[in-house]
Design a binder for this molecule. Structure first.
Ligand SMILES: NC(=O)c1ccc[n+]([C@@H]2O[C@H](COP(=O)([O-])OP(=O)(O)OC[C@H]3O[C@@H](n4cnc5c(N)ncnc54)[C@H](O)[C@@H]3O)[C@@H](O)[C@H]2O)c1
Length: 250
């Protein structure tokens, strides 16, 4: 099950954190993987882990907000891999600020990276999948897209937009063999969260909301991504898969 031999994947934000774990997990299942990340990101760790698995790995330096860099990067990968079968829109940021303090710059940047870029990458990659009659588009949303969390109204609403995006794109592309889903993880210690999780009050709040009393790990999200990328998930579409240990159940 979940054999991805012969498939090629494109993972944004693949240089670190959740994106790195997803890229490596897809390679473990047999996929060749392109990792796209900011030009100043370090690609070495993800790349060497994928190469050790005897899979091909391409590095794509791009800011997902930049239309020309997106076009150049996606065209390069499509040419080298003869198409992209699995797209993981994972690149994301969170700049927490209470509603009374949010700036327009914060709003625009959060939406540009978390919502707009993922949408236009999917729009650019999907025609190749449609031509092949098979494709998997996976967005990384968040439990914050399903429940409110004080202090992060911009992030919560942007991730909520992703939940709606996959519902709608999945409806449009299902007839071509392309599914569109998202994953909604709870808190995981990565570069994105490590500072906030050091604050005792915040950490206690988070752990108090997860019934098992522990954070998720990047591999928990990667396992869900492998499932959504596989043939076996063909009837799972327009769905947001919660990897939240139960946070959103109460
Ligand atoms: N860590 C968590 O607790 C958590 C929980 C739920 C959802 N998420 C989501 O998971 C995804 C990955 O987050 P993470 O925790 O691994 O964070 P991270 O900061 O470790 O990784 C994010 C990656 O995205 C890249 N990136 C950021 N802006 C970019 C841009 N403009 N262009 C290209 N690449 C860019 C970064 O360089 C980095 O490699 C994000 O979408 C995040 O919102 C994280």
């Amino acid at each position: 099950m979940f054999d991805l031999t012969g498939k090629s994947a494109f993972v944004t934000g693949g240089a670190s954190g959740i994106g790195q774990a997803i890229a490596v997990a897809l390679a473990k299942q047999g996929a060749d993987v392109a990792i796209a990340d900011l030009p100043n990101a370090s690609f070495e760790e993800t790349t060497s882990r994928i190469i050790q698995l005897d899979r091909k790995c391409l590095n794509v330096k791009m800011d997902v907000r930049d239309k020309e860099q997106r076009e150049e990067g996606i065209s390069y990968v499509e040419k080298e891999f003869s198409g992209i079968d699995i797209l993981v829109n994972n690149a994301g940021i969170n700049r927490p600020a209470p509603g009374l303090e949010v700036t327009e710059e914060n709003w625009d940047m959060t939406y540009e990276i978390n919502v707009k870029a993922g949408f236009f990458i999917a729009q650019r990659v999907a025609p190749g999948m449609i031509k092949k009659g098979w494709g998997r588009v996976i967005f990384i949303s968040s439990q914050s897209g399903l429940v409110g969390i004080p202090g992060q109204p911009v992030y919560c609403s942007a991730k909520g937009a992703v939940v709606q995006l996959v519902r709608t794109l999945g409806l449009e592309w299902a007839k071509f063999g392309v599914t569109v889903n998202s994953i909604a993880p709870t808190f995981i210690r990565t570069k994105l969260t490590e500072k906030r999780l050091e604050e005792k009050e915040f950490r206690d709040f988070v752990l108090g909301k997860i019934p098992s009393g522990k954070l998720a790990e990047v591999e928990d999200v990667a396992n869900a991504a492998v499932f959504l990328a596989s043939n076996e998930s063909g009837m799972v579409n327009c769905h947001t898969l919660r990897v939240d240990g139960g946070w959103t159940a109460w």
